[in-house]
Ligand binder design. Structure first.
Ligand code: TMP
Ligand code: ASP
Length: 238
């Protein structure tokens, strides 16, 4: 196994992760915390071992996606809570793909949670804590220079490909992929999938019972949060 570049200093701390520079300027270490927040950090808590579970689950999903031809920032998992990643110049647009109505879509459009969508719907949100990540049109991202038209096109097609791959993989494990959020960034002129893919950033429902196996258990005080994360990891590892 290749030796890991040395960890240097923390240059970013988000709600769920910290990022460290390394001795290699092209590589960073992504550290997964147990902190959980919701509603732009108006609700705070911790989910025991969340960092460990999200690190491992993200590793599995990124590996699956790389095999399916989706280029990601993932290099390798270093330990329980850390993964080595390519350094990205992050596009400040969060991309959400939805297969089933839930969450903010149900609220905004007055639809019943659980309604199946005939086609996946792709939405974009401007990554801004002071503005509470507002929903935007892709034209806004182009107009304000957050991404070029060609980058938006690539992001949309990558997001739909990620949806195809994950939906199928999860379906075989008895899980409905309701919706999820992705982040992309630039690395050496290429758009790569970044961030993490885990129950914090996706909605997962059991196919039979429609039981929630994701962070909505924390957001909505449903209990059984840790158990849901463990159950999802068990299914993804199988
Ligand atoms: P939403 O229905 O609240 O807009 O969420 C859509 C998806 O995006 C859901 O799978 C959870 C994920 N998400 C994040 O990863 N971070 C966030 O800050 C929010 C609001 C949602
Ligand atoms: N990222 C959200 C927050 O800002 C949490 C969420 O709903 O996933 O707290």
């Amino acid at each position: 196994m290749e030796s890991a570049p040395q960890k240097r200093e923390m240059f970013y701390e988000g709600k769920a992760k910290k990022l460290y520079t390394t001795s290699d300027p092209d590589l960073v270490i992504q550290y997964f915390k147990d902190d959980a927040t919701a509603f732009n950090a108006k609700k705070r808590g911790t989910i025991e071992d969340k960092g460990v579970m999200n690190n491992r689950m993200s590793e599995l999903f990124f590996t699956l996606l790389e095999r399916a031809g989706v280029r990601t920032h993932f290099v390798r998992r270093l330990d329980d809570r850390e993964m080595l990643c390519k350094r990205l110049d992050i596009v400040p647009v969060e991309t959400v793909v939805r297969n089933i109505v839930a969450g903010s879509m149900a609220k905004r459009l007055g639809r019943q949670e659980g309604e199946s969508l005939k086609q996946p719907v792709v939405e974009y949100y401007y990554k801004s804590d002071p503005l509470d990540d507002p929903l935007i049109y892709p034209e806004h991202a182009i107009e304000f220079g957050w991404a070029t038209a060609s980058e938006i096109e690539q992001i949309k097609s990558l997001a739909l490909r990620v949806n195809q791959v994950l939906k199928r993989f999860l379906d075989e494990r008895g899980v409905l992929l309701v919706d999820f959020k992705l982040e992309f960034g630039r690395h050496k002129g290429e758009i790569l999938l970044g961030d993490e893919i885990c129950p914090d950033t996706c909605r997962f429902w059991d196919k039979q019972t429609r039981q929630k196996l994701d962070k909505d258990r924390f957001r909505r005080d449903l209990g059984g949060v840790e158990e849901a994360y463990h159950e999802m990891l068990r299914r993804v590892e199988s």
